[in-house]
Structures are given as structure tokens and as C-alpha cells.
Design a protein around this ligand. Sequence first.
Ligand code: HEC
Length: 630
Amino acid sequence: MKLFSDQSYWIGCLVLLISNSCWALSSDRQQLNKIHSGAQLFKNNCSHCHNDNYPKAPKKSALQKISQTTIYEILTNGVMRKMASHLSDEQRQQLAGYLGGNKSATTIEKVQCENNAPWFDYSQRPLINGWGMTNTENTRFIPDAIAGLSFADVKRLKLKWAFSLPDGKASRAQPVIAGGAIFIGGNDGAVYALDADSGCMHWRFDGGSSRITTASISGWKGERERDEINAPTLYFADRDTVRMYAVNAVTGNVRWTYKVDKHPDAKLTGTPTLYQSAEGNYLYVPVSSTESYNSVDPSFNCCTFRGAVVAINADNGELVWKSYVIPTEPTEQYKNANGVPQFGPSGAGVWSSPTIDKVRGRLYVGTGENNSSPAENGGSVVAINLRDGSIAWVMQGVSGEAYNSSCGKGDEINCPRSFKGRKGFDFAASPILIRSENNKDIIVAGQKTGWVFGLDPDSNGKIVWRRSISRGDINKGVMFGMAVEGTTVFTTTRDGWSAPRDGSPYLGKEELGIYALNGLTGQFLWSAPVARDCKKTICLGYSAALTAIPGIVFAAANDGDFRAFESATGEVLWRFDTVKKFSTVNGGESTGGGVYGPGPVINNGMVYLSSGNQIGMPGNVFLVFSVNGR
Ligand code: HEC
């Protein structure tokens, strides 16, 4: 078919008079034309970001792993809405057809458990829950009684089973474990309840539209609650629809949903924190945004989104309060060089899971950059009173600076006046509250600048210590999270270290890897640079959150290497390369890739990890390890 020109093709058809197959070929041909114009559209509108090293933009090869329907949705209502707003509906379809091809939205088979009722084991309490897993101080430390994995066991860890999460670009979920099940969300709006031992599926929830956050599950009192009304509730958020969901954990049926923010570019990315106390059950939902990307359009009124934390009554889904981390409402500040009004303050998206301080009745969150001038409360740790959502204090890590996606790339018309050349000062990782014995508690917070802070919760977040562990930048420094055992802080870096830019003490280390610090003083304890035991052609650093168990810290890297370190020394005890193909319990093969967001989970002698990310190395596998794979 490709051999004919348009004219000779039709002439050939007429001559041969095989009209039926000619019509069939002609529709193939239309498909081919579509692909050509899709390619052209991609080249003209998308490739400068998606083929280049534009921060956070997945490579074309990663986009090609997404289904056609999902791509169309992303271009029409999702994060790329603004990038495709000048294109017609047909052009967006052509782009979706070109990138997504004939891949169906879901590539996994259902693997229903054989005997499904009643399956929920009420004797197995929720021991792994939410972002912090075992506590709402977000230490990401799992005590021995829950982890159940000894020093000797770690060296014998082998793959037990793998599960394929659909829409092959990324696998960024951290499981919740309760009732004998694993609850885990995918990137296509689905949530699964899987048998913790075998991986068979109890139910699948299909109501979301995009990446689902890590979930939380409510507690229960007795075992007499096995009915539709009293069964525990599973809570999670859907990134793009900005909706919080509460579903029956035994059936997957929806109990309530709540639209958390109405701004067109608001997103839910951080894990909502479930806090259950005598005073009630509340969800604290962090709200972030992708508005910064829109600023690359010179006609865009940058920017009006403000980061927020929303408190919801977990029992009925009713709003309790909404607290903007930037109290000032955005107003017109000035006009850009094209005469387009620019608004501010804006930005300071809350990307991290709120950390609860029961003693002081507060929560702590990190905020992202301000996206326009003036720079109010961006790149900060913010303390909010649980009772009414009022802001107790703000510690701004970098003051007076703002950044958005238009800075330093192509058309800079919308770059904020307070841009000072620095990119990436989000506190994207959840702050950690360290409780110390003499009641001198400390908040530890890591920033993308490569700085780690120790803050005093009793003196309005006064800086007790500050340590520079890497040079930092957008997508660098400390990204998704640290872990704490006792008073020792384990932290990641995604980039190397050169010269101190802030005058803070030089550590004498120059490599990306894992660092251990004394959480009370910031004193350097050890580092484990990836270069030390690198066996790949390119060894990358770490952005995914860490997880600690007694004596051991687990870390998965951007190059897909999964390691267990001895906490006292940083020696590598065990490693596993997740960049390979796995046969999965739900049928077919799935590949691992870079590990970026949520971190490992350890429970009852098993280790759980999601591998694969759209930025860097795509993949979509959820891995389960046990001692000798048993
Ligand atoms: C100014 C740079 C830029 C341009 C132009 C751009 N993109 Fe993107 N794109 C990004 C970034 C950055 C992300 C990552 C967004 C995120 O998930 O935070 C992204 C993400 C995506 C995703 C994945 C989103 C998801 O939910 O996983 C798709 C698909 C995509 N872009 C398609 C396109 C197409 C098609 C075009 C052309 C019409 C385009 N992009 C133009 C920067 C760009």
C-alpha cells in the first residue's frame, strides 16, 4: 500500500475492481494518514518538551506506553490541557492515536479470588496505613512486631509474586495492609484489594480517572461488624478529578466522595492523612497543582492557584475547614510584556502528606514553590492548627523567590519578577516529627535545595540545625521522603554535591546516595553513595521515600536498584535490580523501571515495592518479596 501514491492507489483499485478490499485498505490508509499528521502535530507542539530534557516531562517512548483514551483525556481535561488548548478536538484525537496506537486502556486480566465471601479477616488490624504506615508522625519506621523481618532474613529475600498495574508507564503506589489484604491504587483510576499472601483479587474499584494516592483504612472495634454498614472504610484521592473517595473496604462500594478543590489546575498528589482520635475521625487532604506548566503560554494569566489543606469528617465526607497555605487571595500584580495581567501570590502546592502533632494539636506540611510574585509561603514548612485550620507558623526555607515553568525555557514572558535563578525549592517530602525522651521534640524537613532542617515545634519552627547534603535543583535534592529510627534521620539525594551555596557546613561528600544524620543536631553520621557499589552503566540517585525497620533502611533508586542498608553503617545488606520483565499473577508480563515516589513497605516478613515511572524508566509492576520467596 505504501508503494502507491494517492492517485495511483485509487486507479489501481478501479482497474482491479476489487472494491471491497479497496475500501478496507482505504480505511487503513486513513489510519496511516492520521499517524503521519499525529507525528507532525507531536513534532510541532510537544517534542520540544518531550524529547528534550524538560524538567519532569516524560520521554516520547514513555508516552507511547499510555493508552489512546488516556492520552486524549490528558490533553482534553488533564495536565496537558493548556499545552493542547490551541488544537482542535480532531487534532487531539490524532495525537492520541499517534502516541497511544491501539493499546487498550487496561491490559491486565482480572484474577478474582476463588472463594470470595467472607474474606476480610477482622483479626488482622490495619498495621500498615497511610503514608507514615505505622504512625501519623510520618517517621516511616516499622517496628519489629509489624515488620517481622530479621537481619538474617533480609539477606535471603527473594521475589514471591508480582502484580501488573495497568497503563504501562508508571507504578507509583504504596500499599495499605489490613484484614489479610493489600489495598493499592493504580495510575488509571483503579484501586485493588488483593490477597496479601497470593495476590488474587477480592475486588477492583474502577471509579477514578487518574493516579490514585496511597490509601488509608479506618479502624474497627470488634468482629461483629461484617456488614455493609459497619465494615471499615478505605480512603484515597484521585489526582485529576480532585476527588476524595471513601469506599467499603470489604466490597469496594463507594460510601461518599468529595470534590476537594475547584481550581481548574488543582491536583491531589500527596497522601491524605487519616487521624482517628477520641474527638473524631478526620482526613487532612493536601492540595497541589500543575498550573505552573500553563505559564509557558504567554497569553496565560499566571497564576491563581493556592496550595491548601482540607479537613474532612471521615465518617460522612463533610467539609470541616479549608486552609490555604497562602492566606492572601491572588490579585492582579502587573502586566507581562504582552500586556497580559499576571496574578499573585500563587503556588505553594502541598505535595506531601500532612504530619500530625497530637501533643500540640497541629499538623505540619511542606509547600512547593510560589508560581508568581509576591513569594508568600512557598518553599516552606507550615504548621496548621487542627481545631480550626488557622496557620500557627511558617518557616520559609528560601524567601523572596518564585519560579514557574516559563523560567529558563523558551518564552520567559510569564516568569515571575521574583525569580532569582533558583529552581526547585519545594518541600515535597512530608516533614517528620521526632519525639525525643526529654520532650525536646524536633521536626525534620528535607527540601529540593538539598537542605535538611531541624525545626523546634515549640518555638514557631525556629531552625535548630540546617545541613546541606546536595546541590539541589528542580527534581533534585530531597524529593519524596526520609525515614527516622529513634533520632537517626535517613535521607536521599537525587543529585551530587559541589560547593556549599549557603555557607552551611561542608560534609566532604560529593556523591548522590543515602545520608544518615543525627536528627537532634544535624550531625553527619554516614553516607552510602550509589557509586560505591554501582553495577549499571548509569547509576542514578534516589527520590522515592525511604522506609526503616530496626537496624535496616530500605531504599529504591531512580535506576530501579532496590537496596537494604545496615542503619548503623550504611553497608549494603541486600540488593535487587527491578528493571526486568516479571511474570505476574494477573496474567502476562510486566516490566519494572525507575522508582520515584512512594517507598517500600515491610510487613509480616514480606517486602512490597512498586517499580516503574513515566519520567526516566517506565514500568508498571508491584513486587512482593519474602524470605527465600516462600
Ligand atoms: C512546556 C513543556 C510541555 C509541552 C509543550 C508539552 N508537555 Fe506534556 N508534559 C510536560 C510535563 C512537565 C509533564 C509531566 C506532568 C506531570 O505529571 O507532572 C507532561 C506530561 C505529559 C503526559 C503524561 C501525563 C500523565 O498524566 O501521566 C502526556 C500524555 C503528555 N504530556 C502529552 C503531551 C502532548 C501530546 C503534548 C503536545 C500537545 C505535550 N504533552 C506538550 C511538559 C510538556
